[in-house]
Design a protein around this ligand. Structure first.
Ligand code: ADP
Ligand code: ASP
Ligand code: MG
Length: 432
């Protein structure tokens, strides 16, 4: 018997028929003798609807028009969480009912009932602990635990949520707390691809990907797994298998562990035999560019720009500072999440006097494209190859950032897909 966590994303529980389909995957594992916890997302689109209701209730658009950006996201995060967490409550109850109707013992668990504890950073809370004693005891007696993903309980007894896509993190955290043998992430693609298969039809599925590469892929925009879930899986050594809920549930009377060639295993690098220099290409369109023109070129200016942003909890990603022409002034460009752009501009406008700049500009017409691969550690010249290929297509690079296993470039959003396809071919990833 193995202890398994199965997670079903929004499209896999989009309606009651899909929930029945998810249940047949659960039944297969239960019949194979495994103890199962199942984590569910809200029905596809439901969380977006709930977010829209929150914004409507807060008068988001009207306030923006009246007051500029200042109030843009200032609504009470704990009430946002109370509303948007409800989608998962629905699907957890429905799946428990379907499992019961198929003759299995099952019950639903909300975050607060487990409890899955988080900090109080509402809307993007971090998990601080998962108490699984009762849940595990019941699982071992044959009851399927159906857990509402995405939600937890914050100090002060308030419902919290883990950021968009957070059910992946619920599943991995639960798997870690249960010391589960595996965490199976069921989604609408049959694994992790060399790039988003919706953008590049020639992308191919990877049998295995290392935690580190998956972490870079996720954080650079591949939304197949939430970044935090990969971080946690890497830290706790949770084996994560990404696979499709739309493949036949029947595996000839056996569980997933007995089947070969299913999905993508996210695992330690040393389990992977064959390795390309570049394993995948990721892209993100949700960043925005901020440029400060003519700031003083002297010590302390960067701190004056970035400290107030940090205080406002705004994360900065890429940063470029131009070489000064006259030795006195320079331009500074950096990126933030698009959702934070209005707030970032506001913070910088308020700090105009202390920073001292001529003009401030913000734009969302940008995309970040990244090549990722652990092979870069031992191969020189990847960046040069990448820049030449983009230049040949006439794609201008506005900023660059690198890590040991990643190179990212910031480009005009209009060229995002071309850049992804170009790099996918360049690094030999197109399926043959
Ligand atoms: P779920 O609702 O199951 O959590 P998501 O929509 O969050 O599913 O994630 C799955 C989607 O991630 C796929 O439909 C695919 O378009 C996208 N995706 C982006 N990059 C990749 C990649 N490298 N491999 C697989 N899927 C990817
Ligand atoms: N339902 C939440 C969302 O749409 C969490 C998830 O699907 O993982 O972001
Ligand atoms: Mg997801």
């Amino acid at each position: 018997m193995a202890l398994l966590v199965l997670k079903f994303g929004g499209t896999s529980v989009a309606d009651v028929d899909r929930i029945r389909n998810a249940a047949s995957h659960v039944k297969r594992e239960v019949d194979a003798g495994h103890a199962c916890a199942v984590v569910v997302s809200a029905m596809a689109g439901h969380t977006n609807q709930l977010v829209a209701l929150v914004e409507q209730a807060w008068g988001f658009k009207e306030r923006r028009k009246q007051n500029g950006a200042e109030v843009s996201a200032q609504y009470d995060g704990s009430e946002y969480d109370a509303v948007v967490s409800s989608g998962e409550q629905v699907t957890s109850g429905l799946l428990a009912l379907v499992l019961q109707s198929l003759g299995m013992r099952a019950r639903s668990w909300q975050g607060w009932q487990i409890p899955l504890k988080t900090d109080s950073a509402h809307r993007a809370a971090r998990i601080t602990g998962v108490a699984v004693d009762e849940l595990k005891a019941r699982m071992l007696e044959g009851e399927v635990a159906v857990v509402a993903g995405f939600q937890g309980i914050a100090p002060g007894n308030r419902i919290s949520t883990l950021g968009r896509g957070g059910s992946d993190t619920s599943a991995v955290a639960l798997a870690a707390a249960l010391s589960a043998d595996r965490c199976d992430i069921y989604t609408d693609v049959d694994g992790v691809y060399t790039t988003d298969p919706r953008v590049v039809p020639k992308a191919h599925r990877l049998d295995k990907i290392s935690y580190e590469e998956m972490l870079e892929m996720a954080s650079q925009g591949a939304k197949v797994l939430q970044t935090r879930s990969v971080e946690l899986a890497m830290q706790k050594g949770v084996r994560v298998l990404v696979r499709s809920s739309f493949e036949p549930a029947d595996l000839g009377g056996k569980g997933t562990d007995a089947a070969e060639g299913l999905g993508t295993l996210v695992c330690h690098e040393d389990e992977i035999v064959e390795q390309n220099v570049v394993s995948g290409i990721a892209y993100a369109r949700d960043e925005a560019k901020v440029t400060l023109l003519k700031i003083a070129d002297k010590p302390g200016v960067a701190a004056q720009v970035f400290c107030p942003l940090a205080e406002a909890n705004i994360n900065v990603d890429m940063i470029v500072q131009n070489v000064s022409d006259d030795g006195r002034h320079t331009d500074l460009t950096f990126t933030v999440q698009s959702a934070d752009l209005d707030r970032a501009l506001e913070v910088l406008r308020k700090a105009k006097e202390s920073i001292g700049y001529l003009d401030l500009r913000g734009s969302t017409d940008i995309a970040k494209v990244s090549a990722i691969g652990v092979g870069m550690r031992s191969h020189a010249g990847v960046a040069a190859q990448m820049f030449s290929a983009l230049a040949e297509k006439g794609i201008n690079i506005e900023a660059i950032s690198t890590s040991e296993i990643k190179i990212s470039v910031l480009i005009d959003a209009a060229y995002a897909e071309l850049a992804v396809r170009t790099l996918h071919s360049l690094f030999g990833l197109d399926s043959r």
